[in-house]
Design a protein around this ligand. Structure first.
Ligand SMILES: Cc1cc2nc3c(=O)[nH]c(=O)nc-3n(C[C@H](O)[C@H](O)[C@H](O)COP(=O)(O)O)c2cc1C
Ligand SMILES: O=C(O)C(=O)c1ccccc1
Length: 328
């Protein structure tokens, strides 16, 4: 988790000068849609834990900013409620033992007007999160997986000394047997664009392209899964090379401001997903707080583009970068 931030901090940009940036724009396409800035909100579970309106407040902020909102399969509000905010909504999915329920969720996402499906591939099981274990993490009664019906409620018997309630619950639901054959099956049951989230190895990116995926997300899940996994700012360039323009490449984990977005673009990304900063805004100020976070990142990106001599996103993707030797 710490290395994600450090890796972005070590990237150095080579600004261009005497480029007319008076009319600069960050408009581009992301997940097949026109967007004012190249970012979307990452899928994050259980947002009513942070604010009573949860995902509905966060998605309203995304709607105001004009950026896509990815609703977690483990959201505490339904995909229908989220889509009703007017945000371009992407439904995130985990591979479930209950294939009937998985199929039903795909159908509900389509019916709700979702613009894409995002299959998260870096959670065969939930990572061992020591703070969750020490703190005895248990969902309060009002924090349920609203999209999963009966299967979304809390567990009576918590998993045991080595498992939090949240990890035990996901262990019951998630199927660790996901393979590329299953990805091909998912590709075959929907016409929505398909995004794979949690790619780090360029060979996996090539397999994703071969499976007909429209977008890959270079992600280590915000450092919450495999401790010691490579930072995304380090992994990104090789994935961009392997994909070679055949699908979109998004990146997340450690993006904290507009300069990080510019660095991601300079490293070849199509755009970024923003995770925790959205939750901080949501917890601090509900929909307005989340909207302020998105505004700030957009303002910072516009300023950084001006200072780097980038009138548009394509020029940002051509910026040269280097990697600083050590920390300051
Ligand atoms: C509280 C929390 C819950 C998350 N829940 C999900 C989830 O349900 N599905 C998923 O694909 N990723 C989930 N993630 C991972 C995020 O989508 C994203 O990859 C990560 O937070 C990005 O890193 P950042 O927080 O450093 O921006 C979660 C992250 C956090 C912090
Ligand atoms: O916490 C997470 O990162 C996550 O992905 C998740 C998955 C299922 C339930 C709660 C959180």
């Amino acid at each position: 988790m710490r290395e994600n931030g450090r890796a972005f901090d070590r990237i150095r940009l080579l600004p261009r000068v005497a480029v007319d940036v008076a009319g600069r724009t960050a408009r581009t396409r992301l997940l097949g849609l026109p967007v004012p800035v190249p970012l979307a909100v990452a899928p994050m579970a259980y947002q009513t834990w942070l604010h009573p309106d949860g995902e509905v407040a966060a998605a309203s902020a995304a709607a105001v900013a004009g950026v896509p909102f990815v609703v977690s399969m483990m959201a505490s509000r339904t995909v229908e409620e989220v889509a009703a905010t007017g945000a371009a909504t992407v439904m995130q999915l985990y591979w479930l033992r209950d294939r009937g329920l998985f199929r039903e969720l795909v159908g509900r996402a389509e019916a709700a007007g979702c613009v894409a499906l995002m299959l998260t591939v870096d959670v065969p099981l939930l990572g061992r999160r020591l703070r969750d274990l020490r703190g005895g993490l248990v969902r309060p009664a009002n924090v349920v997986a609203a999209n999963l019906g009966r299967a979304g409620g809390g567990l009576d018997a918590v998993g045991g000394a080595g498992t939090s309630e949240v990890a035990a619950h996901t262990g019951v639901l998630f199927d660790p047997s996901l393979s590329w054959a299953d990805v091909a099956w998912i590709r075959s049951v929907t016409r929505l664009p398909l995004v794979l989230k949690g790619i780090l190895d360029p060979d996996d990116a090539a397999l994703a392209v071969a499976a007909g995926v429209d977008t890959v997300v270079v992600s280590n899940h915000g450092g919450r899964q495999l401790d010691g996994a490579v930072a995304t700012a380090v992994a990104l360039p090789a994935v961009v090379d392997a994909v070679d323009g055949r699908c979109e490449v998004l990146v997340d984990s450690g993006v904290r401001g507009g300069v990080d977005v510019l660095k991601a673009l300079a490293l070849g990304a199509t755009g970024v997903l923003v995770g925790r900063p959205l939750l901080w805004g949501l917890a601090a100020g509900g929909a307005a707080g989340a909207a302020r976070v998105l505004d700030l990142i957009g303002e910072e990106l516009h300023e950084a583009m001006a200072l780097a001599g980038c009138p548009d996103v394509d020029s940002a993707r051509r910026l040269r970068t280097s990697v600083a030797g050590g920390d300051r």
